[in-house]
Design a protein around this ligand. Structure first.
Ligand code: HEM
Length: 159
């Protein structure tokens, strides 16, 4: 089950990236073209929120009980979390950036419900989603990341 969740966590990255890009395009074009906010905009933002929250929940599960989970693994003698690049990445940097990105996505979706002019909704949501995208791009363990941190683009592939 643990491997299944990790594979799902891996795959959901693509779902988030695609939906987040769509959300950004919708927010940007809405802002620039001064168009009215529609149910279609809200739906794409909502799906982005759901994908991010699902990935967050699986991430928390992995962080606690996964194969390198805090409750499962003991840090080698003489090492510390911040000195060991592997643990620093998976226990601190990755979770921190991804939690922040999820907060930004949640705030971006929140603009759909804010009683403000549509143009303001689009503009603020654009910046919130854009910052979330940058954080995710920085904190994903891409295959070109260092030894130990690099992970495959898709489950089962070589990193
Ligand atoms: C937008 C949110 C997130 C994205 C896109 C994301 C993406 C990824 C990816 C692509 C992997 C590599 C999976 C693999 O080895 O096949 C990974 C691993 C991991 N993620 Fe996330 N993640 C997110 C959020 C989180 C959060 C919020 C946490 C913790 C609170 C977390 C904890 C972990 C852990 C511990 C691993 C390593 C698991 C292992 O190798 O056994 N992730 N993540």
């Amino acid at each position: 089950m643990d491997t299944g969740l990790l594979h799902l966590h891996n795959l959901l990255r693509w779902v988030i990236l695609i939906l987040l890009l769509l959300s950004i395009v919708k927010a940007f074009t809405g802002w620039q073209q001064k168009r009215a906010f529609t149910g279609g905009d809200r739906r794409v933002w909502l799906f982005t929120l759901i994908a991010a929250h699902t990935t967050l929940l699986i991430g928390i599960e992995q962080l606690l009980w996964g194969r390198f989970g805090i409750l499962k693994v003991t840090i080698p003698e003489g090492e510390s979390v911040m000195k060991n690049s592997f643990f620093r990445f998976f226990w601190v940097e990755h979770p921190l950036f991804m939690v922040l990105a999820t907060i930004f996505i949640t705030l971006g979706y929140g603009m759909a419900k804010k009683p403000v002019a549509d143009n303001i909704k689009f503009k603020r949501a654009f910046w919130l989603f854009f910052i979330a995208l940058l954080m995710i791009l920085v904190a994903v363990p891409w295959p070109f990341r260092g030894e130990g941190i690099a992970r495959p683009l898709f489950p089962g592939m070589a990193a």
